[in-house]
Design a protein around this ligand. Structure first.
Ligand code: UDP
Length: 343
């Protein structure tokens, strides 16, 4: 197949730091190319891909995430090029603009909904459901859509398992990792570590909209000893942190659409303790790869963290190898593309 992949315009593919969607796009482009498809990727010029790269903007601009004129220019550039390209299919991962205008493109389009299916998305996706084949990244996401809305399919996100070091010999710290914001529950992780008298290492990017949260809910508790915040870390440090942690804490307060960090932890043999929100029960098997507790039940969360030694690290790794590999994700997408084109 000749496939155009449209990434968001803000972050390099693959990302140097934060970027869940961009990891998925990178793995998909490389995987589809390896399977013999002819893939063109529209992404920033500093991206690296086995596909053919086509760019308007030379470099990533993480400080402009969500700024519409950049998304509009990137999409208009890609659409103009797609008109020449004679693709069989366009696969869009960007924001809203490509979906809204896909009916003016001669090529069929599928779109992975990478964000949560919230109130704003509800009406938007429903309006364009006849024009685009939507792909969800969890059953939870599918369940949040307007009733009767068609889906082209579901493809869980994935990681290159071999890139994540496995160890069953853990250090004593607990880990909180991701975008530092209320949705990811960093304040709950801090409270958990304090109640258990355990060390907590936090790491992850602090984006502009969440500075107030950080100042009020996180920063006052950092003491550089029991409660540590390392900021945005290198890929190497990230993998080390995930591998050596006694547990990965995920006390989220939002409906996580997938949550790559959970499978990153599990691949390293690190159990996940999470609150039951969004996709969590589809990713973490309660009692096997970690514990899943009721949302906002911090007492239950703390107790679960305290018994995390019961979880076998090898089982965590095995589940990722069985369910969340790149090979599986690429095969799922390929099957979805074929079904969509034959509909
Ligand atoms: N990530 C990172 N550095 C950071 C924050 C996040 O490398 O400072 C990575 C994280 O390891 C994961 C991705 O970015 O691979 C975030 O995806 P996820 O689905 O966990 O959450 P999102 O932030 O997209 O809601």
């Amino acid at each position: 197949m000749r496939i155009a992949q449209l990434a968001p315009p803000w972050i390099t593919v693959p990302p140097a730091g934060y970027g869940g969607t961009e990891w998925v796009v990178q793995q998909l482009c490389d995987g589809l190319t390896a399977r013999g498809h002819d893939v063109r990727l529209y992404a920033t010029g500093d991206s690296h891909t086995a596909a053919q790269l086509c760019s308007l903007f030379p470099r990533e601009m993480p400080d402009k995430i969500g700024v519409t004129p950049f998304e509009a220019r990137h999409t208009a550039f890609a659409f103009a090029d797609m008109e020449q390209g004679e693709f069989d299919l366009v696969h869009d991962h960007s924001g809203f603009i490509a979906v809204a205008f896909s009916r003016y493109l001669a090529t069929p389009m599928v779109h992975t909904i990478h964000c949560p299916f919230d109130e704003l998305g509800y009406g938007f996706y429903e309006q364009f459901a006849r024009d685009v084949g939507y792909i969800c990244i969890s059953e939870y996401q599918r369940s949040m859509a307007p009733p009767g809305m068609d889906w082209a399919g579901r493809a869980y996100n994935a990681i290159e398992v071999d890139q994540w070091p496995f160890t069953s010999d853990k250090d004593d710290y607990l880990l909180a990792f991701g975008r530092v914001c209320e949705a990811k529950g960093f304040h709950h992780s801090i409270e958990t570590a304090r109640r258990l008298g355990r060390r907590l290492i936090m790491a992850g990017v602090l984006q502009a909209p969440y500075r107030k949260y950080f100042r009020e809910m996180v920063e006052p508790h950092i003491d550089g000893d029991q409660i540590v915040y390392e900021g945005e870390v290198t890929m190497e440090r990230k993998r080390e942190l995930f591998a050596n942690a006694g547990a990965f804490l995920f006390p989220i307060t939002w409906p996580e659409p997938f949550g790559l960090v959970m499978i990153e932890a599990m691949a390293c043999g690190t159990p996940v303790v999470a609150m039951r929100q969004g996709s969590v029960p589809e990713v973490v098997d309660d009692g096997l790869t970690g514990f899943v507790v009721d949302p906002e039940d911090l007492d239950a969360f703390v107790s679960a963290v305290d018994k995390v030694d019961q979880i076998d690290p090898a089982a965590c790794r095995r589940v990722v190898e069985e369910r969340f590999t790149v090979e599986r994700m690429v095969a799922d997408y390929e099957a979805i593309y074929r079904r969509y084109l034959e509909r």
